[in-house]
Ligand binder design. Structure first.
Ligand SMILES: Cc1cc2nc3c(=O)[nH]c(=O)nc-3n(C[C@H](O)[C@H](O)[C@H](O)COP(=O)(O)OP(=O)(O)OC[C@H]3O[C@@H](n4cnc5c(N)ncnc54)[C@H](O)[C@@H]3O)c2cc1C
Length: 601
């Protein structure tokens, strides 16, 4: 370990463990990106988290908090320090009467569901999986599929977040509302969310059924009852077959009835489908036939074929996501759905006139089905500043999934996503923050989000040194200093001293990309809240956000060090002074898990 870190560590309270390892290799669930953090830290108490923040500030390190790495982009990649709260995952309290649960923010959704179940409670809605940490799911605007529900974060009543100066701030609709709205979709860039207060609902069972329909039928029902007859509805659209599977689920008190094992959920089907997708890497024109075979084996050969079950609601809402994949999902007004699907369908089937998409589809074949889901956040208040859904009506999500058979990128990716994103933008869409959008500039994000300036201002106020900022944030959210044309139209944000800059992304052995960034920000060892005589275990949740904003707190100089008060050239010279680069060698995840050794330093 870097002697600087050891030296600074030796000055902090030795009774508070610092659970860090130096040999962790991070990768996203889909193995799309890999990175090697200098330290991988797994705190178990708030005092330990505060010690991490203090040490990072003193050692000039960027911090990335990671949930379970299910965001498939480079959002969670770092060569600096990675904090994981899997061991800070306890339920703090459950109020059975009010159905309010307070939890440590590292809890995974499946564990939360299991704890709630013991109290006859449940989460009101879920996405396709429940592996995510609650803070990770909230942080990227994760959603399920229902016009009667909004984002998963809709049920968040309050958050606690540890800021870069070591203070823990509480926020909710009533308290520090601006911070709350910024933190509801924080993308890890505000601080470490440590506690979540959540409104649960009575536990429920769900009866679901799925059936095959012609696309024409689906389009005809679109604006009548397609999305409203059941509480939960989602579609899988097969563009080559011009059909869709409609999945509908409703709460029920009927006796449970297990679902039939799906074909690709079984050993043979899983591997057969995977191999077929792999073959199509060389012969992409096989993909329409693969769609037909797989769907026929899975769902039957005729329209209306039904598969159904009655299950525990939590389980019933989940689905098998199969293989490594790129996901490029956009939110747009539900009413634009028929146009979106009709034009994309035309493009994928080679009809450029009907598609009106200015890219050539000839010879292009894509993976399907395309996932089509909904939410309605129009009654959500207060709204997250970076909420990508439609504020005044229901939202449609179209998810162009591309499998990565055996972790290999499909050849159609660039051209497909180029055309898909062009159409989504034309229809007023905004991409899912966690996913693999490829052609959206920072300026376009600013044009899409009227509240982007507010989010960036709050972010910079609570983290003026950029401890929680990485290249993903810079690229997408923070306009470059004014020398770049990107900065025009949106307020340029100078480089911040602890912000991590990407150095390289190179092909990883076994697929995906090895991402590396700079390690170690610039500037002198910093002085923050803990260095002024407080115990690193003390949480200052009572201190107001206004105090931080005014720069009057005894944090690490948020007033004097505010972004506005430092010149661009000063920031840039600070950044260029920091040249430390790490390179990563690739090993498999399995090897990494073996080689990883936790040091309690
Ligand atoms: C198979 C699969 C299925 C999916 N299904 C859906 C779906 O149905 N609907 C949908 O909307 N999305 C879906 N997603 C996307 C997924 O919900 C998001 O990527 C989610 O953010 C992942 O949670 P995570 O715990 O892995 O967070 P990570 O990917 O590890 O992190 C996500 C963000 O949260 C931040 N973060 C994590 N913990 C904290 C913390 N304690 N404090 C501050 N910031 C934090 C990270 O820094 C990062 O910016 C799916 C992804 C996969 C791989």
């Amino acid at each position: 370990m870097d002697p600087l870190i050891q030296n600074e560590l030796s000055k902090l309270d030795p009774t508070i463990p610092f659970r860090a390892s130096t040999a962790h290799r991070h990768h996203t669930w889909a193995k799309t990106f890999h990175s090697r953090p200098e330290l991988y830290i797994r705190p178990q108490t708030i005092a330990e988290i505060q010690k991490v923040v203090t040490l990072a500030r003193r050692c000039r390190r960027r911090l990335v908090t990671v949930g379970c790495g299910h965001s498939p982009s480079d959002l969670t990649c770092t060569s600096s320090w990675m904090v994981n709260l899997d061991q800070y995952n306890r339920i703090i309290s459950i109020d059975d009467e009010k159905r309010v649960v307070v939890m440590e923010a590292g809890i995974r959704l499946h564990d939360l569901g299991a704890e709630l179940k013991k109290h006859g409670l449940a989460m009101p809605n879920l996405g396709s999986i429940d592996n995510q940490a609650i803070a990770g799911a909230i942080g990227t605007a994760t959603h399920g599929s229902s016009t009667r529900h909004g984002l998963l974060s809709q049920s968040v009543l309050g958050l606690k977040i540890m800021l870069a100066d070591g203070r823990t701030m509480s926020c909710s609709a009533e308290e520090n509302t601006e911070l709350f709205r910024a933190a509801l979709v924080s993308l890890g860039a505000l601080g470490i969310i440590t506690e979540v207060t959540y409104q649960a609902v009575p536990a429920f069972d769900i009866e679901w059924q799925q059936s095959l329909h012609s696309l024409e039928e689906v389009m005809n029902d679109w604006s009548t009852d397609l999305w409203t007859t059941a509480e939960f509805t989602r579609l899988w659209w097969m563009p080559y077959m011009k059909r869709a599977i409609v999945w509908r689920g409703d709460k029920t008190s009927k006796p449970r009835r297990p679902q039939k094992q799906s074909w690709y959920g079984g050993l043979v089907g899983y591997h057969a489908y995977h191999i077929l997708l792999y073959l199509a890497q060389w012969v992409p024109s096989l993909l329409p036939s693969i769609e037909k075979v797989v769907i026929a084996v899975q769902y039957g050969f005729t329209s209306g074929a039904v598969n159904t079950a009655v299950e525990d609601g939590h389980r019933g809402l989940l689905m098998n996501c199969l293989y490594s994949q790129f996901v490029n999902e956009w939110a747009l007004p539900l009413a634009r759905g028929p146009e979106a699907i009709t034009r994309l369908s035309a493009w994928l089937n080679g009809d450029r006139d009907a598609a009106r998409i200015p890219f050539d589809p000839s010879g292009l074949y894509v993976h399907t089905p395309i996932e089509v889901r909904v939410s309605d956040t129009s009654s959500t208040t207060p709204r997250p500043y970076l909420d990508n859904t439609i504020p005044d009506g229901p939202t449609l999500y179209i998810n162009a999934t591309l499998y990565r058979p055996y972790n290999r990128d499909p050849p159609c990716k660039h051209r497909y996503y180029e055309a898909f994103e062009w159409l989504m933008k034309e229809l007023g869409g905004r991409p899912h923050w966690a996913k693999n959008f490829q052609d959206v500039s920072c300026q376009e994000f600013w044009d899409m989000y009227p509240d982007m300036g507010t989010w960036v201002r709050i972010r910079n106020e609570v983290d003026p040194q950029g401890m929680f900022l990485g290249d993903w944030h810079r690229r997408n959210l923070l306009p470059l200093p004014s020398s770049s044309p990107e900065g025009q139209g949106a307020e340029a944000v100078p480089f911040l001293p602890l912000e991590e800059h990407e150095v390289a992304r190179v092909g990883a052995r076994g697929g995906g990309l090895d991402w590396s960034g700079e390690v170690g920000g610039s500037g002198d060892v910093d002085v923050g809240v803990n260095e002024k005589g407080r115990s690193p275990g003390a949480s200052d949740s009572e201190e107001s956000f206004e105090l931080v904003r005014a720069g009057n707190g005894d944090g690490d100089g948020t007033g004097e060090g505010s972004v506005a008060s430092l010149s661009t050239s000063m920031y840039m010279s600070m950044v260029s002074a920091s040249e430390t680069t790490t390179t990563s060698t690739s090993t498999s995840h399995e090897e990494e898990e073996e080689e990883e050794e936790e040091e309690d330093l």
